[in-house]
Design a binder for this molecule. Structure first.
Ligand SMILES: N[C@@H](CCC(=O)N[C@@H](CS)C(=O)NCC(=O)O)C(=O)O
Length: 228
């Protein structure tokens, strides 16, 4: 059986938009490992029962099933040490936590209403209910005042911007797992929100363009909702 990656999909099977799944797609490509994408929707919990998880990504590699993106990255690094992702570097944990605690929430408060429009129609009621329970307000209220939030978001990217002014990639001259972690957050926005979150002249945009081109334009070719 080919290696399988269960991924969150929108209406179309190939419209994958989860930042946690994108980081695994990119890590697999980095290591030159083939995989079959298994599209999954949030309300299909029973299809993941075999894994013990209610969330994706889930990787099935031969007889091994791994859940949680961080666990999957570590599994890939240990099992396939060629083409290292750089995961053993302590500062990668900082990049992971910055991504999940600063980047994702900063995006979420601008795009969650667009994510709602993106999810498969059968997931919409579940998505609204679960997220409104989490946020304590309606999705539209949570995502209001986008212009102000966009300015704040771009300001919060200053450390990323300053780093990318000095280096081609967070990994230095070539991408590593830090690039995949951060870029996957931006792929979440690209795949779900029509309005770009980066200014075209932002050095972060230049880096994002390079990331979109990696692995024969794997990310650039993926279905997205961002306006050209
Ligand atoms: N800590 C997990 C988070 C995974 C996660 O939140 N996945 C989302 C998709 S982005 C999911 O499966 N959500 C299903 C749900 O909300 O019920 C990881 O790193 O893999």
């Amino acid at each position: 059986m080919p290696r399988q990656l269960y991924e969150l999909a929108a209406q179309a099977d190939d419209h994958v938009f989860s930042p946690y799944c994108w980081r695994i797609r990119l890590a697999l490509a980095h290591k030159g490992l083939d995989f079959e994408s298994v599209p999954w929707r949030m309300t299909e919990k029973e299809r993941l029962a075999f894994s013990g998880s209610e969330r994706v990504p889930v990787l099935v590699d031969g007889n091994t099933t791994v859940v949680d993106s961080w666990e999957i990255l570590n599994y890939l690094e240990q099992t396939y040490p060629e083409q290292p992702l750089g995961l053993s570097r302590a500062e990668v944990r900082f990049v992971r936590h910055w991504t999940e605690m600063v980047l994702h929430p900063g995006l979420s408060r601008m795009i969650v209403d667009e994510v709602f429009q993106t999810v498969h129609e059968k997931d919409r009621a579940y998505f609204r209910e679960s997220r409104e329970k989490l946020f304590g307000v309606p999705l539209e209220e949570f995502a209001a005042n986008k212009e102000v939030k966009l300015e704040e978001f771009r300001r919060a990217l200053s450390p990323l911007r300053a780093t990318l002014e000095a280096h081609d990639f967070l990994g230095g001259s070539a991408p590593n797992v830090s690039d995949y972690l951060v870029f996957s957050g931006l792929m979440w926005a690209r795949c779900t929100a029509p309005t770009p979150v980066l200014a075209p002249d932002d050095p972060v945009s230049r880096w994002r363009e390079s990331m979109l081109d990696l692995y024969e334009g794997m990310a650039r070719r993926a279905p997205c909702r961002e306006a050209a």
